[in-house]
Design a protein around this ligand. Sequence first.
Ligand code: ATP
Ligand code: MG
Length: 417
Amino acid sequence: MRQSRLFTKTRREAPKDEVSKNAQLLIRAGFIHKEMAGVYAYLPLGLRTLEKIKAIVREEMDALGAQELIMTSLQRKEVWEKTDRWDEAKVDVWFKSKLAAGGDVGFGWSHEEPITEMMTQYLSSYRDLPVYVYQFQTKLRNELRAKSGIMRGREFVMKDMYSYTADAAEHKKIYDAAIDAYLRIYRRVGLGDRTFLTFASGGAFTEFSHEFQTLSDVGEDTVYVHRGRGIAINEEVMRDDVLSKLGVARNELEKAKAIEVGNIFDFGGAKSEQLSLFFKNEAGENVPVHLGSYGIGVTRLMGVLAEVFADDKGLVWPATVAPFRIHLISLGKDGDEVARAAEDLYEVFKNAGLEVLFDDRDLRAGEKFADADLIGIPTRVVVGRDALAKGALEVTDRATGAVELITREEILRTYHA
Ligand code: ATP
Ligand code: MG
């Protein structure tokens, strides 16, 4: 992609009302556009990163044997009344509206209810189970405070998976496999060393739900981390009986601020019963289907990545989610030898299948470098007169700032697609 043609704009200032670091940087670097508090559009650069995160999540969901579908945003009141979650005293984030033809609709803030009700038309026998499905959905939530940029949107992308199994034993298999898949996802996006499987309240069927919490000073949650075991305990369940159940001592735990990047629940048969999702088991009895629900805040994850890896110059993307792998910067002036060498190199990189953003703009070197720092592509390759004379290219690692002079062949070997 030629930067001269890329639809984006870097800016020195973020909107005055934007207080979060992730949104300030993502707006300044041209990844997102702010529509209103908690509501952001994704521009080409931002969409590329979002799609990279989604691709990783999708791979891991598919590997679990889950199948992708997409449910609706408009929700029927009657479905949610069956579980007593239409009431705003119970769920305070509903956006609701009226149909012109009469009747109420809600905007999907979560999908356990409609998807479970849908399953009544598809699941009736033990032969139909297990079923694992997932979607990437734009959830709409009337969040009271939306001051954390894309980490807390009023409109945000969630990956939600649902498992329908015959019994607790079958449920446990997929639940444990989902925990492993989630931990792989956080590792693959670069957050593995600071994201912990966390015991939290909210299990409808079991004592705990499991959250995945990424340590960060801007997190809204407080967790107690056990580094040795690689787990954490949410403050809300930090009690002596919980500690003894988990076999950990208070003095082994480290208190930290964290942000919830995923949450998985075991609903048992409770929600299926409310929504009349029963199946005939092998003994011929009618029993409720066992439900598990597995969420990841995909756009929140992008915000967390922006937040935790940034430095004073801008964004710093891990290679797996960066909008481009290489930022090729030409220091040539239109048509001169350096510009021609850069054009040539751009073709070579493209043909090798490398994802390259090529800064072919007619700007001063300083402006190009400042933009490159702000955008945060992992590897910068500069084509300038000095390097050209040496037959080498200047390659800078965005994260460490390390600079080396290497040949184009070495670059192709190192950063092959
Ligand atoms: P929180 O306590 O942060 O409000 P939640 O308990 O409401 O989260 P869930 O309903 O379990 O979250 O949603 C699943 C995942 O979706 C969360 O783990 C989080 O990563 C993400 N998420 C929830 N609310 C938002 C939001 N307003 N903006 C972006 N992501 C969100
Ligand atoms: Mg919430």
